[in-house]
Structure formats: structure tokens, C-alpha cells
Design a protein around this ligand. Sequence first.
Ligand code: TYM
Length: 334
Amino acid sequence: MSEQEKKIIFSGIQPTGTFTLGNYIGAVSRWGELQDQFNCIYSIVDMHAITVRQDPVQLRQKSLEAYALLFACGIDPKKSITFIQSHAGTHAELSWILSCSTQFGELSRMTQFKDKSAKHADDINAGLFTYPVLMAADILAYNADLVPIGEDQRQHLELARNIAQRFNGKYGEFFTVPEAYIPKVGARIKSLQDPEKKMSKSDENPNACVFILDEPDVIIRKFKRAVTDSDSEIRYAEEKPGVSNLMSIYSAVTGKEIPEIEREFEGKGYGDFKLAVGEAVSDRLKPVREEFARLMADKAYLKECYMEGAKSALSISRRTLTKVYRKVGFVDAR
Ligand code: TYM
């Protein structure tokens, strides 16, 4: 398939700390696998990150680490455009235009906005409110066909589709209406301590969330402490959210199907199962940890990559923006 015929993929991740196992299974681990089949564009979305208060020194460090982690998780900068969002000012410019095709009411309905405003009640800033418009700009700037994300981003993607359609309705067909690309298994990895909640880096209980750079003994300890259910059967079922979550994780990191896992652990107890999941996760993440350490020791290489990534991202998104400016009726400055 020629480069032109390949579909376009866009996705992003916030640099607000080491990626969680949820980020990894639901999104990032799959991004590398898509590189040959699609034209992929991936971004560290630092502009989204400042919708909640960040320490500037830490944000800079975390952004660089997150960028290196993408490569450690399998993204190849020669195959995918990999850049830091704030290096492409076009996203913010497009976001403004798109905000004029977004309704106050639809932004008010976003569950992430409601959750985050409850959590940061002293700082419900306008950026937090318009966050999904910037996300739509990220995607639409590249006319992405598919957006690989976890289940929690589905509502934002729906909004991006609505914004694209509304813009096309007003100004004539222009934006590709993107589709969510959500995995069948692992799209919503749950907290290890409360399987009703998603695994999240902001969880107060340190045992609830596994980070992909956790040391093997820490990973295994967190899995040993994971909450299961009252019976002792290793079976995937709605009424067994704890065990089902662990099975999804095991399936995602080993590639084994759920029925195969049920057979593997037939007659065995939760202790054996939890240890096996912890070991499988730790083994899977070993090369990620090693590659991350190697990359962080080579800042010059990382810089070369993100400068190159920014150039490519800007060249595509600038072209889109120029056309958008013309469509909405701005006077041509070129
Ligand atoms: P973020 O940084 O919160 O998460 C990055 C990706 O990880 C997925 N994810 C999960 N998947 C499964 N189980 C979990 N527990 C879990 N937690 C997180 C998320 O669904 C996401 O795919 N708004 C986005 C970033 C963004 C973006 C974009 C994504 C900005 N612009 C454009 C796609 C396209 C976010 O905050 O993701």
C-alpha cells in the first residue's frame, strides 16, 4: 500500500507522570503495532496537561520522559511523526476556530470536565472546560481517520466528530470525521484496589495503580494485594470485576485469549493467579524500563527526534490551518 493510501492515525497522551499500566494496555502499547499499516502521528500533549496546575520544572522533565517512553514502548520515530504538542502552535490556533463551532452545552456535558472540576474545585479554569476542543484540533489538524484511545476518551472523540461535522456543515465538506479505535480487551483497565474505578495515576491509594517503570518487586507486590472476589474461581464475569480485570491485564500482556486463561488456572487459587499476572506484567515491561533508561541518557538524540517531529507536524497542520482560515473568510496574509 502506498503512503498516500494508508489511513491516518492520531493519538496523544498527557505528560503528567509515568504512564500507568492502563495507559500502556489501553493505548500506547498498541501505537507501535499500527506503524506499518497506517500513517501514524503521536503527541505528548503538554498543553492539555496545564489545564490542571503543574510545577513548570517538573512538567518540562515529565514531558521529556513521556516522549522517551513512547519510543521505549515501541514507537519508531522513523516510522511515526512523534512530537510535543506545544511545538506545534497550529493546534491552539485551530482550537480557537473550532471553539466557535462548539456549543457551551455540549462542553458542559463532558464527564471528564465534571470529574476534574469536582477534584480541582479551586481552579475550574476555562482551559479545563475547552480541553476537548483542543483535543479535536489535535485530531482534525491531521485529518486523522482513526484515533486509538481507551474507553474513557470515547466521549471526547464523539465530540470531535460532532465538531468536524458542524464545521463541514457550515463551511462545506473539509474535515475527515474521525473514528475511535478502541481495543476489545483492555480498553478500561480498573484500579487494583477498587475494580469499579478506572486505573488512574491520581489514585490516592499507591497499590491501586501500576506504573510502567515500577520495579519488578513493586509490580508483583501490587498484584499480590489486588482486590479479587469472594469465591475462588478464576472466571471472566461481570459479577467478578476484580478477577475479570486481572484476566484482561493478563490477556493483554501475554496475548492469551480469556478461555485459554480460564483453562490455565482451573483448580488454582487466587494467590497463584495474582502472582502469575504480576510476573507476566513485570516481564513484559522489562524491555520498556531498559530502553527508557538508555534513551534518557541520550538527550541529544531525543532533542533531534522532537525537533524533527515538530517540523513534520507543523508542515501538515499548517497546511490544514491555512485552508481553514480561507474557509472561514480570513484575509489571506501570504
Ligand atoms: P490520557 O493522557 O489520560 O491517557 C492516554 C491514553 O490512555 C488511555 N487510558 C486507559 N486505557 C485503558 N484503561 C485505563 N485505565 C486508562 N487510562 C488511560 C486513554 O484512554 C488514552 O487513550 N485527552 C487525552 C489525550 C489527548 C488525545 C488527543 C488523545 C489529547 N489530544 C487526541 C487522542 C487524540 C488524555 O487525557 O489521555
